[in-house]
Write a protein that binds this ligand. Structure first.
Ligand code: G3I
Length: 446
């Protein structure tokens, strides 16, 4: 009995001893802070900020010019800070800096936080290197027949070697009434391209959004409708044979709805699901040397739509009726992700087709949260241009058709009327000076 009592007393003593361990014996560790994105970007610095760590005495901040922190700035090497922010200054405009932070609690120092990049805004003029001089692929711009002179033309001829008609080579403009074509604008654009040795991409023969009213309200049988479409495609492609060397034969045939069926356009209704193949066959017959493209949007952002587009390409390829795919690339600084854009390229290249990033613009204000383009957002947009160009630049040369930007000055973008709010999606300011987006394009070529 006494032994049992002795054992009980021993157990209780050991328990009390373990609980009475002094704090010193308990290991003190410091939690790991998380670094937030840099704010208050200026042309010589920024504000770093991070999360609070429980019972931290201070924080140690590193700033470097390389993401691996192999080049720490002397004044910002494990700099002790008691606050949760630090104004970093004395930096060089145009350079990207990186910062990270550790927490200190007593003798304990945490591991490093995540690293954050901060690009210091260069407020001076952007580099004016001509895009086509720096690129190993065709760089495209859209044109309008009433804008082929003056500074717009100067910039086109200086920076671009590919052009696409923004709207004048569509059915509603070329074929305004039954049996009556109007090639006035197209002839101007074709002559401008020929005179200036520019590659002219034809956009777009068949598009549900550019159907003249007499076609929408077609009077006649479906067979007569089909004969009319065949005549229209044959007439237009034959007229510009050897001058327009590539065409978007059909544009945006895939619906955005669930399962991405074919859009129920008037062409589908009156000619059947195989209207697409018929149109490509007629274009091929009219000019066998012409490169035939299928063009669509949300090619990157929707995997299901991407699959539907590739199915159209596969069907056309069986009869050698397609040569390339156009990904419009109406995107924003927020997305789609590089991996989704790469998936478009990979599927196109694996099919041995030409890739055309055909209508690139990058919204800086998709959420309408800005009333002016801030330096931070200009840099985010610049980095998205850089990312897109980098992806296109890495495409095998044999599969690169062109990278076309859908407009010159921000104020000229279709997006402003489409979304009904201010945005700055393009590469040139109102005074035609280059934006950071233009610099991003150039950096994507390196
Ligand atoms: O310039 C004339 C003006 O002189 C005339 O008074 C006025 C009224 O008729 O029309 C003006 O032309 C308009 C033009 O935009 C310039 O504002 C055309 O009617 C109008 O049809 C045209 O809209 C174009 C739209 O496609 C439809 O063709 C946009 O510019 C063009 O950016 C847009 O581009 C499409 C791509 O082709 C396909 N992918 C989507 C993209 C955006 O919708």
């Amino acid at each position: 009995m006494k032994i049992r009592q002795a054992l009980w007393i021993l157990c209780i003593s050991l328990f009390v001893l373990s609980c009475s361990k002094s704090d010193d014996a308990v290991e003190v560790t410091a939690g790991v802070p998380s670094a937030y994105g840099a704010v208050n970007l200026t042309n010589d610095g920024f504000t770093a900020n991070w999360t609070r760590v429980y019972r931290a005495d201070k924080y140690l901040v590193d700033v470097a010019t390389k993401a691996d922190f192999s080049t720490l700035l002397p004044n910002y090497t494990a700099l002790p800070v008691t606050a949760l922010t630090l104004n970093v200054s004395g930096l060089t405009a145009g350079i990207t800096y990186y910062y990270r932070v550790r927490a200190v609690r007593g003798e304990s120092i945490s591991v490093f936080s995540n690293a954050v990049a901060a690009e210091i805004i260069s407020t001076g003029p952007e580099p004016t290197t001509a895009l086509k001089s720096a690129a190993n692929f065709n760089v495209g711009m859209i044109v309008r027949s009433n804008r082929l002179t003056g500074i717009t033309s100067d910039i086109i001829l200086r920076e671009f070697d590919n052009i696409t008609s923004e709207y004048e080579m569509k059915m509603d403009k070329m074929y305004p009434s039954k049996g009556t074509y109007d090639f006035t604008a197209v002839d101007k654009i074709v002559n401008y391209a020929t005179d200036n040795k520019l590659n002219l991409h034809g956009h777009a023969l068949i598009w549900h959004n550019s159907v003249p009213s007499w076609v929408t309200n077609f009077v006649g049988t479906n067979a007569e409708f089909e004969a009319m479409v065949k005549d229209y495609i044959t007439t237009v492609v034959t007229r510009y044979k050897g001058k327009i060397k590539s065409w978007d034969v059909v544009n945006e045939a895939v619906d955005d709805g669930s399962g991405n069926p074919l859009r129920n356009s008037i062409f589908k209704q009156k000619m059947g699901d195989d209207y697409i193949k018929k149109c490509y066959q007629w274009a091929r017959d009219a000019d066998p040397a012409c490169k035939l493209f299928y063009n669509d949007y949300n090619f990157a952002s929707s995997a299901t739509k991407r699959a539907a587009i590739f199915k159209i390409a596969d069907d056309l390829k069986k009869d050698n009726l397609i040569d390339g795919l156009g990904a419009q690339m109406h995107i924003s600084y927020k997305g789609p992700a590089a991996s989704e854009i790469q998936a478009v390229v990979d599927g196109t290249v694996s099919r041995k087709l030409l890739m055309h990033f055909s209508e690139l613009d990058i919204q800086a204000n998709p959420d309408n949260d800005l009333t002016a383009l801030t330096p931070e957002r200009a840099i985010s947009q610049k980095n998205k241009y850089k990312e897109v160009v980098k992806i296109f630049n890495a495409i095998p040369a044999a599969n690169q058709y062109a990278l076309t930007v859908w407009g010159m000055r921000d104020s000229e973008s279709w997006l402003l009327s489409f979304w009904g709010h201010i945005d700055w999606p393009l590469m040139y300011n109102e005074d035609y000076s280059a934006k950071k987006a233009h610099t991003g394009f150039l950096e994507g070529l390196k």
